[in-house]
Design a protein around this ligand. Structure first.
Ligand code: GDP
Ligand code: ZN
Length: 291
Protein backbone atom coordinates (compact mmCIF):
# COMPACT_ATOMS: atom_id res chain seq x y z
CA UNK A 1 0.00 0.00 0.00
CA UNK A 2 1.41 3.40 -0.99
CA UNK A 3 0.89 6.15 1.56
CA UNK A 4 2.20 9.62 2.30
CA UNK A 5 3.96 10.42 5.56
CA UNK A 6 6.57 12.57 7.25
CA UNK A 7 10.02 11.56 8.49
CA UNK A 8 10.17 12.48 12.17
CA UNK A 9 13.36 10.70 13.21
CA UNK A 10 16.33 8.91 11.67
CA UNK A 11 18.48 6.42 13.57
CA UNK A 12 21.33 5.01 11.50
CA UNK A 13 19.52 3.65 8.47
CA UNK A 14 16.04 3.49 9.89
CA UNK A 15 13.63 6.23 8.96
CA UNK A 16 10.70 6.75 11.30
CA UNK A 17 7.81 7.84 9.13
CA UNK A 18 4.66 9.16 10.71
CA UNK A 19 1.31 8.70 9.00
CA UNK A 20 -1.72 9.95 10.92
CA UNK A 21 0.12 9.58 14.24
CA UNK A 22 1.16 6.02 13.45
CA UNK A 23 4.88 5.32 13.05
CA UNK A 24 6.32 3.10 10.32
CA UNK A 25 9.94 1.96 10.54
CA UNK A 26 11.19 2.43 7.03
CA UNK A 27 14.20 1.70 4.91
CA UNK A 28 15.28 3.63 1.89
CA UNK A 29 16.80 1.01 -0.35
CA UNK A 30 19.26 2.70 -2.58
CA UNK A 31 16.69 4.33 -4.76
CA UNK A 32 18.07 7.77 -4.04
CA UNK A 33 21.56 6.96 -5.23
CA UNK A 34 20.99 8.28 -8.74
CA UNK A 35 19.60 11.55 -7.59
CA UNK A 36 21.31 13.70 -5.00
CA UNK A 37 18.49 13.56 -2.52
CA UNK A 38 18.97 11.93 0.83
CA UNK A 39 15.83 11.86 2.94
CA UNK A 40 16.10 14.03 6.06
CA UNK A 41 13.88 14.70 9.07
CA UNK A 42 10.90 16.81 8.02
CA UNK A 43 10.72 15.32 4.56
CA UNK A 44 7.33 14.35 3.25
CA UNK A 45 7.67 10.96 1.63
CA UNK A 46 5.70 8.31 -0.17
CA UNK A 47 6.24 4.90 1.35
CA UNK A 48 5.29 1.41 0.39
CA UNK A 49 3.86 0.33 3.72
CA UNK A 50 3.38 -3.03 5.36
CA UNK A 51 1.94 -3.44 8.82
CA UNK A 52 4.48 -1.42 10.83
CA UNK A 53 7.30 -1.12 8.36
CA UNK A 54 7.85 0.39 4.98
CA UNK A 55 10.21 1.48 2.27
CA UNK A 56 10.60 5.05 1.10
CA UNK A 57 9.76 5.36 -2.58
CA UNK A 58 9.85 9.07 -3.08
CA UNK A 59 10.83 12.31 -1.35
CA UNK A 60 8.35 15.07 -2.12
CA UNK A 61 9.48 18.59 -2.98
CA UNK A 62 10.80 20.59 -0.05
CA UNK A 63 9.64 24.07 0.82
CA UNK A 64 13.00 24.72 2.50
CA UNK A 65 16.07 22.91 3.73
CA UNK A 66 18.61 23.62 6.46
CA UNK A 67 21.97 21.87 6.20
CA UNK A 68 23.06 21.91 9.81
CA UNK A 69 21.27 20.43 11.59
CA UNK A 70 19.67 18.76 8.59
CA UNK A 71 15.95 19.41 8.45
CA UNK A 72 13.39 20.10 5.75
CA UNK A 73 10.04 21.87 5.63
CA UNK A 74 10.10 23.94 8.80
CA UNK A 75 7.21 26.38 8.67
CA UNK A 76 8.35 28.57 11.55
CA UNK A 77 11.42 29.63 13.48
CA UNK A 78 10.85 30.85 17.02
CA UNK A 79 13.71 33.25 17.71
CA UNK A 80 14.21 33.57 21.42
CA UNK A 81 15.91 36.36 23.35
CA UNK A 82 15.79 36.87 27.09
CA UNK A 83 15.53 40.02 29.18
CA UNK A 84 18.34 38.99 31.54
CA UNK A 85 20.88 36.20 31.99
CA UNK A 86 21.75 36.56 29.14
CA UNK A 87 20.72 40.11 28.31
CA UNK A 88 18.94 40.70 24.97
CA UNK A 89 21.29 40.04 22.08
CA UNK A 90 19.71 41.95 19.21
CA UNK A 91 22.69 41.36 16.94
CA UNK A 92 22.11 37.63 17.22
CA UNK A 93 18.39 38.17 16.75
CA UNK A 94 18.91 40.22 13.60
CA UNK A 95 21.26 37.55 12.24
CA UNK A 96 18.71 34.86 12.84
CA UNK A 97 15.95 36.98 11.38
CA UNK A 98 17.95 37.52 8.20
CA UNK A 99 18.66 33.81 8.11
CA UNK A 100 14.97 32.94 8.45
CA UNK A 101 14.08 35.39 5.67
CA UNK A 102 16.87 33.97 3.50
CA UNK A 103 15.47 30.46 3.98
CA UNK A 104 11.92 31.61 3.50
CA UNK A 105 10.83 30.39 6.92
CA UNK A 106 8.43 32.53 8.92
CA UNK A 107 10.16 34.03 11.98
CA UNK A 108 8.41 34.69 15.28
CA UNK A 109 10.22 36.71 17.93
CA UNK A 110 9.89 35.54 21.49
CA UNK A 111 11.10 37.67 24.41
CA UNK A 112 11.41 35.43 27.45
CA UNK A 113 12.04 36.01 31.18
CA UNK A 114 9.59 38.90 31.34
CA UNK A 115 9.48 38.26 35.11
CA UNK A 116 12.96 39.85 35.22
CA UNK A 117 11.99 42.95 33.24
CA UNK A 118 12.53 45.56 35.96
CA UNK A 119 13.72 48.16 33.50
CA UNK A 120 10.83 47.58 31.10
CA UNK A 121 13.02 46.74 28.13
CA UNK A 122 10.62 44.27 26.57
CA UNK A 123 8.31 46.97 25.24
CA UNK A 124 11.16 48.76 23.43
CA UNK A 125 12.33 45.57 21.78
CA UNK A 126 8.78 44.65 20.89
CA UNK A 127 8.27 48.04 19.25
CA UNK A 128 11.32 47.73 17.01
CA UNK A 129 10.09 44.44 15.59
CA UNK A 130 6.33 44.87 15.47
CA UNK A 131 6.81 48.08 13.51
CA UNK A 132 8.62 46.02 10.86
CA UNK A 133 5.67 43.65 10.81
CA UNK A 134 7.04 40.76 12.84
CA UNK A 135 4.98 38.88 15.35
CA UNK A 136 6.41 39.27 18.85
CA UNK A 137 5.39 37.36 21.95
CA UNK A 138 6.54 38.09 25.47
CA UNK A 139 6.69 35.20 27.92
CA UNK A 140 7.96 33.86 31.16
CA UNK A 141 8.60 30.14 31.13
CA UNK A 142 9.24 30.36 34.85
CA UNK A 143 5.97 32.04 35.79
CA UNK A 144 4.04 30.54 32.88
CA UNK A 145 3.09 33.89 31.42
CA UNK A 146 1.68 33.86 27.87
CA UNK A 147 2.50 30.21 27.36
CA UNK A 148 -1.00 29.83 25.89
CA UNK A 149 -0.09 32.39 23.20
CA UNK A 150 2.99 30.39 22.38
CA UNK A 151 0.91 27.24 22.10
CA UNK A 152 -1.47 28.97 19.71
CA UNK A 153 1.37 30.09 17.51
CA UNK A 154 2.76 26.58 17.34
CA UNK A 155 -0.60 25.11 16.27
CA UNK A 156 -0.51 23.42 12.86
CA UNK A 157 3.10 24.40 12.33
CA UNK A 158 6.47 22.71 12.23
CA UNK A 159 8.55 24.94 14.46
CA UNK A 160 12.12 25.10 15.69
CA UNK A 161 13.42 27.25 18.52
CA UNK A 162 16.60 29.18 18.07
CA UNK A 163 18.56 31.60 20.22
CA UNK A 164 21.58 31.88 22.50
CA UNK A 165 22.21 29.36 25.20
CA UNK A 166 20.42 30.21 28.44
CA UNK A 167 17.56 32.25 26.97
CA UNK A 168 15.05 29.58 28.03
CA UNK A 169 14.41 27.45 24.94
CA UNK A 170 14.21 24.14 26.81
CA UNK A 171 12.15 25.67 29.60
CA UNK A 172 9.66 27.01 27.07
CA UNK A 173 9.45 23.72 25.24
CA UNK A 174 8.98 21.83 28.47
CA UNK A 175 6.23 24.20 29.53
CA UNK A 176 4.18 23.43 26.43
CA UNK A 177 4.86 19.71 26.34
CA UNK A 178 2.84 17.36 28.41
CA UNK A 179 4.95 15.56 30.98
CA UNK A 180 5.12 12.24 29.17
CA UNK A 181 6.47 13.75 26.00
CA UNK A 182 9.00 15.84 27.87
CA UNK A 183 10.43 12.70 29.42
CA UNK A 184 10.38 10.75 26.21
CA UNK A 185 11.95 13.58 24.31
CA UNK A 186 14.53 14.68 26.84
CA UNK A 187 14.87 17.87 24.91
CA UNK A 188 16.58 19.71 27.71
CA UNK A 189 19.57 17.39 27.70
CA UNK A 190 19.91 17.62 23.98
CA UNK A 191 20.11 21.36 24.19
CA UNK A 192 22.97 21.27 26.59
CA UNK A 193 25.19 19.29 24.25
CA UNK A 194 28.05 20.91 22.42
CA UNK A 195 27.71 22.19 18.90
CA UNK A 196 29.36 19.31 17.15
CA UNK A 197 27.53 16.46 18.77
CA UNK A 198 24.12 17.26 17.40
CA UNK A 199 23.98 16.04 13.86
CA UNK A 200 20.55 14.51 14.08
CA UNK A 201 17.33 16.20 14.88
CA UNK A 202 13.92 14.86 15.74
CA UNK A 203 10.39 16.08 15.29
CA UNK A 204 7.97 15.75 18.18
CA UNK A 205 4.30 15.82 17.40
CA UNK A 206 2.86 17.67 20.37
CA UNK A 207 -0.60 17.60 18.86
CA UNK A 208 -1.97 16.45 15.57
CA UNK A 209 -0.21 18.41 12.81
CA UNK A 210 1.81 20.38 15.35
CA UNK A 211 5.50 19.55 15.48
CA UNK A 212 8.51 20.88 17.33
CA UNK A 213 12.06 20.22 16.22
CA UNK A 214 14.54 19.50 18.99
CA UNK A 215 17.33 21.66 17.73
CA UNK A 216 19.87 23.50 19.84
CA UNK A 217 19.58 26.30 17.33
CA UNK A 218 21.34 27.34 14.19
CA UNK A 219 24.94 28.36 14.17
CA UNK A 220 26.70 31.27 12.51
CA UNK A 221 27.94 28.65 10.12
CA UNK A 222 24.53 28.61 8.52
CA UNK A 223 24.13 32.34 8.50
CA UNK A 224 27.33 32.63 6.49
CA UNK A 225 25.46 31.13 3.56
CA UNK A 226 23.89 34.52 2.87
CA UNK A 227 25.84 36.38 0.15
CA UNK A 228 26.79 39.72 1.77
CA UNK A 229 25.63 41.76 -1.21
CA UNK A 230 22.16 40.36 -0.74
CA UNK A 231 21.96 40.83 3.01
CA UNK A 232 19.86 44.01 2.76
CA UNK A 233 17.08 42.00 1.09
CA UNK A 234 16.64 40.04 4.30
CA UNK A 235 16.29 43.20 6.38
CA UNK A 236 12.80 43.38 5.01
CA UNK A 237 11.99 46.95 6.09
CA UNK A 238 14.93 48.26 4.00
CA UNK A 239 13.47 47.09 0.71
CA UNK A 240 10.93 49.83 0.26
CA UNK A 241 13.67 52.49 0.38
CA UNK A 242 16.33 51.04 -1.92
CA UNK A 243 14.61 52.70 -4.87
CA UNK A 244 15.85 56.03 -3.51
CA UNK A 245 19.51 54.99 -3.56
CA UNK A 246 21.67 56.80 -6.13
CA UNK A 247 23.35 53.63 -7.38
CA UNK A 248 21.61 50.40 -8.31
CA UNK A 249 24.41 48.45 -6.66
CA UNK A 250 24.33 50.58 -3.50
CA UNK A 251 25.72 48.66 -0.52
CA UNK A 252 23.79 50.92 1.88
CA UNK A 253 27.00 51.30 3.86
CA UNK A 254 29.31 54.02 2.50
CA UNK A 255 27.32 55.75 -0.23
CA UNK A 256 26.26 59.33 0.38
CA UNK A 257 22.89 59.31 -1.30
CA UNK A 258 21.35 56.11 0.06
CA UNK A 259 17.61 55.64 0.50
CA UNK A 260 18.14 53.23 3.35
CA UNK A 261 20.55 55.45 5.30
CA UNK A 262 18.20 58.41 4.93
CA UNK A 263 15.61 56.51 6.93
CA UNK A 264 17.84 55.41 9.82
CA UNK A 265 16.51 56.87 13.04
CA UNK A 266 13.19 57.48 11.28
CA UNK A 267 11.39 54.53 9.70
CA UNK A 268 14.42 52.25 10.19
CA UNK A 269 15.60 51.65 13.73
CA UNK A 270 19.19 52.57 14.56
CA UNK A 271 19.87 49.20 16.15
CA UNK A 272 18.64 47.34 13.07
CA UNK A 273 20.85 49.43 10.80
CA UNK A 274 23.92 49.12 13.06
CA UNK A 275 23.43 45.37 13.19
CA UNK A 276 23.02 45.26 9.41
CA UNK A 277 26.44 46.91 9.06
CA UNK A 278 28.06 44.49 11.51
CA UNK A 279 26.59 41.43 9.85
CA UNK A 280 27.50 42.79 6.42
CA UNK A 281 31.14 43.17 7.45
CA UNK A 282 31.13 39.74 9.01
CA UNK A 283 29.70 38.09 5.90
CA UNK A 284 32.07 40.03 3.67
CA UNK A 285 35.09 38.94 5.72
CA UNK A 286 33.96 35.33 5.44
CA UNK A 287 33.46 35.60 1.71
CA UNK A 288 36.84 37.29 1.18
CA UNK A 289 38.43 34.59 3.28
CA UNK A 290 37.11 31.88 0.93
CA UNK A 291 39.34 33.09 -1.92
P1 GDP B 1 18.25 27.20 26.89
O1 GDP B 1 19.73 27.08 26.99
O2 GDP B 1 17.86 28.28 25.94
O3 GDP B 1 17.54 25.92 26.62
O4 GDP B 1 17.75 27.76 28.33
P2 GDP B 1 17.11 26.94 29.57
O5 GDP B 1 15.70 26.59 29.30
O6 GDP B 1 18.03 25.83 29.95
O7 GDP B 1 17.10 28.08 30.68
C1 GDP B 1 18.30 28.67 31.19
C2 GDP B 1 18.04 29.17 32.60
O8 GDP B 1 17.08 30.21 32.58
C3 GDP B 1 17.50 28.10 33.54
O9 GDP B 1 18.09 28.27 34.79
C4 GDP B 1 16.02 28.39 33.58
O10 GDP B 1 15.42 27.97 34.80
C5 GDP B 1 15.99 29.89 33.46
N1 GDP B 1 14.75 30.40 32.85
C6 GDP B 1 14.13 29.94 31.73
N2 GDP B 1 13.03 30.67 31.48
C7 GDP B 1 12.93 31.61 32.45
C8 GDP B 1 12.01 32.66 32.74
O11 GDP B 1 11.00 32.89 32.03
N3 GDP B 1 12.29 33.45 33.81
C9 GDP B 1 13.37 33.25 34.61
N4 GDP B 1 13.55 34.07 35.65
N5 GDP B 1 14.25 32.25 34.38
C10 GDP B 1 14.05 31.45 33.32
ZN1 ZN C 1 21.49 52.45 -0.42
Amino acid sequence: MKIKGKIINIVSNIFYVEVDQKIYECTSRGIFKQSDIKPVVGDNVIIEAEENTGNILEVLDRINYIKRPKIANLTQLILVVSIKNPKPDLLMLDKQLAFAEFLNIKPIILINKIDLDNEKQAKDIEKIYTSIGYKVIITSAKEEINIADLKNILNNNISAFSGNSGVGKSSLINSIFNKAKALEGDISNKNKKGKNTTTTIKLFEIEKNTYIADTPGFSNFEIYEIPYKELYKFFIEFNQYVGNCEYVDCTHIKENKCGVKEMVGKEISISRYENFKKIYEELKDKEDYKW
